[in-house]
Design a protein around this ligand. Structure first.
Ligand SMILES: Nc1ncnc2c1ncn2[C@@H]1O[C@H](COP(=O)(O)OP(=O)(O)OP(=O)(O)O)[C@@H](O)[C@H]1O
Ligand SMILES: [Mg+2]
Length: 449
């Protein structure tokens, strides 16, 4: 979309201002004149011009001084005008950042060239800014919600973020645990420090300790060099221990010690080193149950549970679905360079009546798929393809009802067969790759099946 460009002409000679302004109007630009150089800065603040034509010799403040100020505070395209230019002056102006120079008296032809060049650069800058905004929209992950429970969680999160306490986030897969952990980091005094996510479900138990705390040279076979761990990488920031329920009992002992002493012990070292890292843990398991079953240490559980957050499943915050749909529609259309699509009432009610086992992640992929596959500007009911488990509902025959775990196993096998790689299969199942990995282990599924 073309916007109306604004030009400010600064010249103590009113006649010049008028000639220029008339010319700008003819070119379809909006022009403003200022004859008093002392008023220029405040005028720039109110009209926000794209281009300033600036006379050099004026009473009170000279153009060169104004140029310096304008370039320092705002990034505006500036054309200097003068009848008394010396080479030295011109060079100085360019050093101060002037964009173009116009010698008085000028011919309309000169003005045309100057103006066209300015507009070309401004349009390029506009296009660049739009692209930057779009990239930001794709990369930036916001927490979108209007749900009361969620709003309360965000409020609590902002309150505890600046206190360095250890936090645990509970929630099913895809409910936004990762996002909330980043949100807390962003609202803490550590926000300029690193945020290091670690998925304990994806690191083999025997490597976890050295991954986290580092190791000395020769600490174990294969440790040919000394290595810093992830705690070191998170120094001054936050470490996000995702899937803490997957930590081995021996790692749990060590983590508890880190939380209590704020010191880490690299594998193979006898010297503990201080660590300034905030810990945020997360899990999709019921840790209390794990404690009862002896899989999780009670002392660590209590320690982590000082400040717990419980993220609701999407089914318990359905009022967020329309808002999230809108957000993902926008995001995926930008990401795929497709013009933004709308969603039909029928499609939205299909989304509202689904149970969302993969929560927001699943919703995100369902929308993304619909945006890509739907024809036209409106997403229709048939463009919404839900989880394969849904089709089982149609089988009324009692004999065909199987335990959920068996169905899950089948669906996972099917997804792995179709998509071949685990990441892609997990994406289509609406679960995290590490969740898929865990379930594969649980059901004894091998990748190449
Ligand atoms: N409130 C929200 N607003 C917008 N996007 C969200 C929201 N919650 C989650 N998402 C998006 O959904 C996806 C899943 O979220 P996230 O990775 O935080 O979930 P998780 O709870 O960590 O899942 P898992 O247990 O599988 O790791 C991400 O792409 C995230 O950006
Ligand atoms: Mg996660």
């Amino acid at each position: 979309m073309r916007r109306q460009y604004k030009v400010l002409i600064v010249d103590d000679d009113k006649a010049i201002g008028e000639v220029l302004s008339e010319y700008m109007h003819k070119k379809g630009l909006t022009a403003f004149i200022e004859t008093d150089p002392r008023k220029v800065l405040s005028k720039v603040d109110t009209i926000l011009p794209d281009i300033v034509f600036l006379d050099v010799r004026m009473p009170h403040i000279d153009g060169m001084e104004l140029l310096k100020k304008l370039k320092k505070e705002k990034d505006i395209y500036i054309v200097m005008m003068t009848a008394f230019a010396t080479m030295e002056h011109i060079i100085k102006s360019f050093r101060e950042g002037v964009d173009d120079y116009l010698l008085k008296p000028f011919k309309l032809q000169d003005l045309d060239i100057t103006l066209n060049r300015a507009l070309k650069i401004i349009k390029l800058q506009d296009a660049y800014n739009t692209l930057q905004d779009e990239i930001k929209t794709i990369l930036e992950e916001e927490i979108i919600t209007q749900n009361n429970k969620m709003l309360k969680i965000l409020e609590d999160a902002r309150r505890v973020a600046p206190l360095d306490v250890t936090i645990i986030i509970y929630g099913e897969s895809g409910t936004g645990k990762d996002l909330l952990a980043r949100y807390i980091h962003q609202h803490s005094r550590r926000k300029n420090g690193p945020f290091v996510p670690v998925n304990l479900g994806a690191i083999p138990h025997e490597l976890a300790e050295s991954e986290l705390f580092g190791h000395e040279k020769g600490a174990f076979t294969g440790a040919t060099e000394k290595r810093e761990g992830l705690f070191k990488a998170a120094e001054g920031g936050t470490i996000f221990l995702d899937e803490i329920g997957e930590a081995s009992l021996s790692l749990q002992v060590k983590l508890l010690r880190v939380i209590e002493t704020r010191r880490i012990l690299p594998v193979g070292s006898s010297k503990e080193i201080p660590t300034d890292v905030r810990i945020i843990a997360a899990t999709n398991r019921k840790l209390e149950k794990e404690v009862k079953e002896g899989n999780f240490r009670e002392d660590l559980f209590f320690r982590l549970n000082t400040v717990p957050f419980y993220l609701p499943s999407l089914i318990d915050r359905k009022d967020d679905i329309p808002l999230l749909v809108e957000y993902f529609l926008k995001k995926s259309s930008i990401q795929h360079g497709i013009s933004e699509k709308r969603i039909s009432k029928e499609a939205l009610s299909k989304l509202l009546s689904y149970n969302w086992p993969g929560n927001i992640r699943e919703l995100k992929y369902v929308i993304e798929r619909a945006v890509i596959l739907s024809k036209g500007d409106v997403i229709k009911e048939e463009d919404i393809i839900l989880h394969p488990i849904e089709t089982k509902k149609e089988e009324k025959n009692i004999e065909k009802i199987k335990p959920l775990s068996e169905i899950e196993k089948e669906v996972i096998k099917k997804a792995l067969k179709i998509y071949r790689n685990k990441k892609e299969a997990a994406k289509m199942l609406g679960i995290d790759p590490s969740t898929l990995y865990r379930k594969m282990k649980k059901y004894g599924i091998k990748e190449e099946q």
